[in-house]
Design a protein around this ligand. Sequence first.
Ligand SMILES: [Zn+2]
Length: 413
Amino acid sequence: MNSLSRSISVPRNYSGHTVVKLLSNEVPKLFPFFNGSTLSHQQGSKNSDNELEELWTVNEMNSTFSVLRLGPAHRHRLKRSTGYSIISDDLQEWINRGFGPNIRSARSTKRIESVLVRDFRLDKYQPLDEIYRYLDELVNVAPVRVFDIGETHEGRKIKAIEIRGNSQDPRLVWIDATIHAREWISPATIIYIIEQALVTKAKVNFLMVPVFNPDGYEYSWTVDRLWRKNPDAMTEECNGVDLNRNFDASFDGQGSSDDVCSQLYQGPSPFSEPETRSVGHLIWTMRKNIKLAISIHSFSQLWACPYAYDTAPTPHYREHMEVLKAIQDAVYKTHGVQYTIGPLSTSLYVGSGFSMDWMYERAGIAHSYLVELRDKGVYGFLLPADQIIPTATETWAGIKAAIYKVLDVKIRS
Ligand SMILES: [Zn+2]
């Protein structure tokens, strides 16, 4: 299906869907038919009343909670729970109220605009076209190169930006964002980072892919706010690959799925997708120069190092923890927000086919990290826009600390 027919798709409506938080070990008892993160009824099904989906998990006080989206037909099952809390009684109303596109946060009074690109607000979530306009217009005002590295299933360009802050230095800092479509704070944060790197004239070279998954991101704006994967072949009932399960690092292992209906579907083979092939190729070409790599996700408030696929420590465990500690301190000093640190497998969950593990293990980039931005599951993927700037500033502080630690270059405020 091409992008024209996609753009006239009917937006997905979550009216009457409940978002509920309950202890994870209660889930099989209340929903015995539910298979992990897989939708109980296939995506695109007309019968959305019967849908059930795990949106995220939260670790709190040694307990694991699951946040589920329940179609109206499942609501009555909560009566058998020993305790739960409703996060939203009507997910669509919640999306509409303040967390959807183009709705200004009531609390935010001061506009924060780019000083480099006209009419571009940094304190709003921006659709793909606007993000690409920002990148393209930067070329006229800053020492950057913006170039296409590939094309998606639906024919959209995947854009990379290179910032040359120090032409004498061959070393590069890699940052990517938006591999998962619904994690809107991720592109908003990387744009802020680009802006700050240029405004502060940081003496560092960056290579970034701000929107790793352009089809998915567009789809999350136009059709389904909670879309995660790269949509493909929308005529089929289930589709899309979790691009962060598609890398050649313990592919098909624990924490990924070979079920195309799963949110964690790994794809038919490593690098089966145009997005992972394009980004993987760029990283592979530049791997000798990349000294620090960071992948931006949301949410959980976590800075993580490899492995994702194995709970055993890597040979670099001690060095990674030193960098993560420096990041954690710098982040905390910004707004007093605490982020957890540690290997992804022991801090969040075990997952296979991650770009972070592939960069570390296959591409030989010793300092490869992943950040899960705000929050810890109150708003989750629907983080209000008034948290964009606070999240982005603390993340930039963390990245500057990592650059100082790994590259020994200081970036001013
Ligand atoms: Zn993610």
